[in-house]
Design a protein around this ligand. Structure first.
Ligand code: PLP
Length: 401
């Protein structure tokens, strides 16, 4: 299937110009069909008994792990399924031990959720959170290098910044982290699904990504990738019965044998599943994530990226003529699926333009952080040149009024 055809899998683009995947994206039809198949199974329990049914439901996680692993060049054993980016970060915060005198480093322009799991811990664990000033929106290695030192345990980053779409130099941050023996923790929710990322080329210690933005899986499911060296050395953050290796006698025998003790020294899995939290899980989330990411893998992330690049080239060229100032950095290596612009009259004028666009069923968002931002346009593979023409024409009309 090619990208032009893939647009028809998104009924949500039929009656409007949808340019807001960076907020919450649209579900594709194959994912909705996968969800309907699961609902049918849940209604009827097609297996011989409910135990086999439960096992089949648990296996939906395998497909989700496989597809997200394929997307980032990882192995399925390196993937833990989580509810959200935030839950992935909470798990990392619980897993990586920090002590008094340590520090973690984060940009001042980040989405607030990135650092929150560490904020209450800093007082009782005695570590410092160093905030790097990136007031022009450029989250650069050079700026971080000025504050990272031998006591830095974590560098926390979004690989694509949420208000400006600035794409960071992950390879440079990897080198910086290695020079100081720090872990690189990456929130890739504004990148994956639009722009490729291969963890074999750019090793990341922990990568978190919710499904509801560029992965087109808005059902409360995402993933945490854990690098093999962290799998080896990092303590397990929480323990539950699904983190253990199946009892030697197998679950069926375990349930059917009265003499087996419930409390014993279980062996815990060495895969990233030991980072997963909870028991019976989000099965709808599993099937939707597997299907939506499967579609991205089928289209190919390189083709998706090229399509997005072509459309964002067009947008960057056309916005100034409509009277808008582009906030996003134009350098090719810093670009992403997000193009942010402002009309220059402050947030109230941008807000008025947003309302004007929404009234014409052109969906974008208004986002700022620490002075960086404006009207954020998200260009995904289901978008077309015509979507962007309509947006630019409406902005020009608003400016002429
Ligand atoms: C960079 C970034 N990280 C995290 C989130 C929140 O993700 P989740 O709801 O999956 O925790 C957002 C949402 O806007 C975001 O932009």
């Amino acid at each position: 299937m090619d990208i032009a055809h893939a647009r028809f899998l998104f009924p949500g683009v039929r009656d409007r110009v949808f340019l807001d995947a960076a907020c919450v994206s649209l579900l594709p039809l194959p994912a909705e069909e996968a969800l309907a198949r699961l609902s049918e199974d849940l209604l009827r329990c097609p297996a011989r008994d409910a135990s086999a049914h439960h096992i089949a439901l648990d296996r939906t996680a395998d497909d989700a792990r496989r597809e997200v692993a394929r997307l980032i060049g990882a192995a399925p054993e390196q993937i833990a399924l989580v509810e959200s980016t935030t839950q992935g970060l909470q798990i990392v915060a619980a897993a990586v031990p920090l002590t008094a005198g340590d520090n973690i480093v984060v940009a001042g322009t980040e989405f607030l959720g990135l650092a929150v799991p560490w904020v209450p811990r800093r007082q009782h664990q005695g570590f410092d959170i160093r905030v790097v000033d990136c007031a022009d929106g450029r989250v650069t290695v050079e700026r971080f290098a000025r504050v990272v030192d031998g006591r830095t345990r974590l560098i926390l980053l979004s690989s694509v910044q949420w208000t400006s779409g600035y794409r960071v130099d992950l390879a440079g941050f990897r080198e910086l982290a290695d020079r100081h023996g720090a872990c690189l923790v990456v929130d890739a929710i504004q990148q994956l699904g639009a722009i490729g990322l291969d963890v074999t080329k750019t090793p990341i210690d922990f990568l978190v990504c919710g499904g509801h933005k560029w992965l087109n899986a808005p059902v409360g499911r995402g993933f945490l990738y854990v690098h093999p060296r962290q799998l080896e050395c990092c303590p397990t953050p929480t323990w539950g019965y699904l983190n253990i290796v199946e009892p030697a006698e197998g679950w069926a025998n375990y349930f059917a044998t009265p003499s087996l003790p419930a409390v014993r020294d279980y062996q815990f899995t060495s895969s990233a599943r030991r980072f997963e939290i909870g028991g019976t899980a989000n099965y709808p989330g599993n099937v939707v994530l597997a299907s939506a990411v499967g579609l991205i893998n089928t289209l190919g992330i390189a083709s998706i990226e090229a399509h997005i690049r072509r459309l964002t080239d067009q947008l960057l060229a056309d916005l100034p003529a409509a009277g808008a100032r582009v906030v996003s950095c134009p350098e090719p290596e810093c670009r992403s699926g997000i193009v942010t612009f402002t009309l220059g009259g402050g947030p109230a004028r941008d807000r008025a333009c947003l309302d004007f666009l929404l009234a014409r069923r052109i969906l974008i968002s208004q986002r700022y952080t620490q002075g960086v931002g404006g009207l954020r346009v998200s260009v995904h593979f289901f978008n077309t040149e015509d979507d962007l023409r309509q947006l630019v024409a409406a902005v020009a009309e608003f400016q002429r009024r």
